[in-house]
Ligand binder design. Structure first.
Ligand code: FES
Length: 71
């Protein structure tokens, strides 16, 4: 199994990670997200953390250029 992770950082937006994936919170609760791409909030303003809900656009979140992280 390939355990490599690809993260795409969107300019002025979320981090995109290919799904499906499993998230584990600080209490050990696991959530499986069965989507082709999962958008994780980077602005801190989402009402559905850790997922992006588009609020970054409403609050005018600004960030660096888009980046890609590959192992
Ligand atoms: S990055 Fe989209 S709501 Fe935070």
């Amino acid at each position: 199994m390939d355990n490599s992770v690809v993260v795409e950082t969107m300019k002025d937006g979320p981090n995109l990670i290919p799904g499906p994936l499993k998230l584990v919170d600080a209490h050990g609760k696991e959530v499986v997200i069965d989507r082709k791409w999962v958008a994780l909030c980077r602005c801190g303003q989402s009402n559905n953390k850790p997922l992006c809900d588009g609020t970054h656009s409403k609050v005018g979140f600004k960030s660096d250029e888009a980046k890609f992280y590959r192992p």
